[in-house]
Design a protein around this ligand. Sequence first.
Ligand code: HXC
Length: 258
Amino acid sequence: MAYATILTEIRGAVGLVTLNRPQALNALNAELLGELCTALEAFDADEAVGCIVVTGSAKAFAAGADIKEMAPQSYMDMFKADFFAEPHDRICGIKKPIIAAVSGYALGGGCELAMLFDFIIAGDNAKFGQPEINLGVIPGIGGSQRLTRFVGKSKAMDMCLTGRMMDAAEAERAGLVSRVFPAADLLAEVMKIADTIAEKSHPILSMAKQAVNRSYETTLSEGVLFERRLFHSAFATEDQKEGMSAFVEKRKPVFKQR
Ligand code: HXC
């Protein structure tokens, strides 16, 4: 499918989405968000895809929600549109793993978008921030909640109240990103990681994703119970038999379930 604001391709078993509004540093307008959700849902439904990567340009993953689109909106416009609720919920509904490969700016809605994915891998030139305070607003796609869970209250307050940017090294120290690579190698390195993920059992990947995400939504004892039930259900899959037989037989497992 041809999109106006993103590029998509499948490389091996990895679905790659590249945000592509270079004239606006990939600012998230309604068209881009709609196309992104459609592309993610298509990859989620495609049995050939085991892992999804979302990236931007070398200069910007995304410089935020589109300020020019938002500027004239009234309270009633935002309230009636339930601004950003739909893309937020559609992205949360994707079952396959999604890695954000962040080079350059991930600001405001761009940082929030990266945090909506399953984990963030950054180029050493990445800059994260929630600068909404400078525009007379606050984060609106979960930034105040997710950033706080990633980096803790002190750093999240610092980011949201000053609007300052965090570089890749600080973001890695703080736990916002899982790994940092030289910017020039970022996509190649992330694709290797995505390939490794895509080789696993796809239903078991979804279970692992659900289990980790559940930890944000519930108590420890309920989360452990949820995990245990998923763990038990893994024993109903052919891939559990394959994975454990392969270990016993000292060979590499070949997971087949899609
Ligand atoms: C619309 C944007 C944009 C944005 C950049 N552009 N960010 N357009 N929305 N968020 C446009 C600029 O207007 C300009 O186009 C072009 O992209 C290049 O940007 P420059 O500013 O000229 O580039 P540079 O000097 O390199 O500065 C880069 C930057 C700066 C530091 C990233 O662009 C910037 O501060 N952007 C805004 C960051 C921000 O405040 N994000 C939060 C948005 S609010 P023209 O055609 O004008 O030259 C948000 C709320 C989320 O995200 C919650 C919603 C529910």
